[in-house]
Design a protein. Structure first.
Length: 290
């Protein structure tokens, strides 16, 4: 299936920001949205790689620096933003890496995948006119809940435990963001997506040689392409879906055409979503400003 087979809107004159758009799912998403007429801003940590990626995109693009592991960088990006923003696509992420911390002292996967995007979204929200799309993962099911008493996993870090928690946080963030948008009567939608099993440069970084080799083999044998993996994000960004919608592949082995995706019961827990929001405000110093 290709994006061309989906009924797509005309995004001429609209602006989209995509985090982590220099490669993988973000780059493929940027190519499609630019092809629909959008001005696409590639929000990336390495602007050199961002410029190289922009040259591969047919359409209007701009590259801006954004390091989600540094809240000062997030604030600088938001402070420099002017004008309307149709789509904010929180795509950037890290997957199952050895233990480390961000510039602000947070466990890196939670800090980048969730807290950085939480801060970015709230700081830009007054400019957003359309949707906030946050990329989660089917592996959010690895987490049985947010470790509120040890969110940095000081007492039991493993690469996939941290990844699962961060991807669960993405879904709880989307749920609570939509509730808050509804509460103030905003027309903006908060939605989420996951790529299924797509071969990108995220995998194979656990630091465990055997696990990384196995992942490399699976990427070649089972995984779909990054272009196909981006389709759920594009679906969530462009199709007629309700708030808090979760898009994903609908075929076997987390492949296939995009459509509604299921989430764990923990990811539907409204109280946990509110509690995570409060914690995220405390940790980032950023609040819901609408």
């Amino acid at each position: 299936m290709s994006a061309e087979k989906i009924s797509m809107p005309d995004l001429d004159g609209r602006t989209a920001v995509i985090t982590g758009a220099n490669s993988g799912l973000g780059l493929e998403t940027a190519k499609v949205l630019a092809g629909l007429g959008a001005r696409v801003v590639l929000a990336v940590r390495d602007t050199g790689k961002g410029e190289a990626a922009a040259r591969s995109i047919e359409g209007e693009t701009e590259v801006r620096r954004l390091d989600l592991a540094d809240l000062a960088s997030v604030r600088a990006f938001a402070e420099g933003w002017k004008g309307d923003l149709e789509l904010l696509i929180n795509n950037a992420g890290l997957m199952a890496i050895p233990k480390s911390t961000t510039e602000d002292g947070f466990e890196t996967q939670f800090g980048v995948n969730h807290l950085g995007h939480f801060a970015l979204t709230n700081l830009l929200l007054e400019h957003v006119t359309g949707r906030v799309v946050t990329v989660s993962s089917g592996l959010h099911r690895l987490s049985r809940g947010i470790h509120f008493d040890d969110v940095n996993l000081e007492k039991g870090y493993t690469p996939y435990r941290a990844y699962g928690q961060s991807k669960l946080a993405n879904l709880l963030f989307t749920l609570e963001l939509q509730r808050r948008l509804d509460e103030v009567g905003s027309p903006v939608l908060a939605v989420a997506a996951h790529p299924g099993y797509a071969a990108t440069n995220l995998q194979g970084r656990t630091g465990n040689a055997l696990e990384d080799r196995v992942m490399g083999v699976l990427n070649k044998v089972v995984a779909q392409s990054a272009a196909h993996g981006a389709l759920p994000t594009i679906h969530a960004a462009t199709q007629d879906v309700p708030g808090a919608f979760f898009a994903g592949p609908t075929g076997l082995f987390m492949n296939g055409a995009p459509g509604p995706s299921s989430r764990s019961s923990v990811a539907r827990d409204a109280e946990a979503a509110r509690r995570l929001w409060d914690l995220s405000e405390e940790l980032t110093g950023v609040s819901f400003l609408l």
